[in-house]
Design a protein around this ligand. Structure first.
Ligand SMILES: Nc1ncnc2c1ncn2[C@@H]1O[C@H](COP(=O)(O)OP(=O)(O)OP(=O)(O)O)[C@@H](O)[C@H]1O
Length: 224
């Protein structure tokens, strides 16, 4: 369902030089697959996730979704495609601090598919129960531990049952115990929903839990 062909993203360095940050020749990810993007800091993992999500456009190459090009959709259609199909989990959670846990998830419901939003609202509490936060629904994120905040971020990404979950170092700020909890939860919920999971990490322990790993290597000239 997700295919990438000869994808290249270049950025212009302030000194005028073009640097190639992400380059993926051929990649095919099936519905329900779980894949790791591995590689050291600066190898282009976030850039690739942003490209897949349509937050930035490639310099060259193609991204296809169900055999249709999505890399050059006009912005409004790209935003609609993302809202409908993608759940994004950020390393630093990106929760809205002025809203409660419940409201943070309601925001995601509001941006998802309109036709099913009432059904999704009814699923928030069961999902919060699954992630162990049913009794924290009215709390603001600042009152939660780091692991709890990341579990809210997982619930928010999954509430619309998107076909694709993109997770950028979702365990980087967690201790070992919480890494296991959050990962198991994420993998299990993705399996239940038959969602594809693409997760960026440089943590070997996290990688060992996944069946497939794409090793990112920064290409082009290194900056001094
Ligand atoms: N908008 C931009 N303009 C210029 N350079 C950029 C831009 N975005 C990313 N880069 C550069 O691209 C390289 C790859 O960045 P990216 O964040 O994709 O790597 P990463 O593998 O996710 O790193 P980390 O593990 O530290 O999050 C970095 O050197 C970064 O400075």
């Amino acid at each position: 369902m997700l295919e990438i062909h000869n994808l290249v993203k270049q950025f212009r360095h302030p000194n005028g030089e073009m640097i190639t940050v992400t380059a993926v020749d051929q990649l095919r990810i099936g519905q329900g697959e779980q894949l790791i993007l591995a590689g050291p800091s600066g190898s282009g993992k976030t850039t690739l996730l942003h490209l897949i999500a349509g937050l930035i456009s490639p310099t060259a190459g193609e991204i296809l979704w169900d055999e249709e090009r999505i890399d050059h959709l006009p912005e409004a259609r790209r935003d609609a495609w993302r809202a409908h199909n993608v759940g994004y989990i950020f390393q630093n959670f990106n929760l809205l601090n002025s809203l409660s846990v419940l409201e943070n998830i309601l925001v995601a419901v509001a941006f998802g598919s309109r036709s099913s939003s009432q059904g999704r609202r009814n699923e928030i509490l069961p999902l919060l129960t699954k992630v162990g936060l049913a009794d924290r629904a009215d709390d603001k994120p600042a009152r939660l531990s780091t692991g709890e905040q990341q579990r809210v971020a997982v619930a928010r990404a999954l509430i619309n049952k998107p076909r694709l979950i993109l997770a950028d170092e979702p365990t980087a700020s967690l201790d070992q115990g919480n890494v296991k909890v959050v990962l198991e939860l994420l993998q299990e919920l993705c399996e239940q929903n038959h969602s594809t999971l693409v997760l960026a990490t440089h943590d070997r322990e996290v990688m060992s839990r996944f069946p497939r790993i794409l090793e990112m290597r920064r290409q082009g000239r290194e900056l001094p």
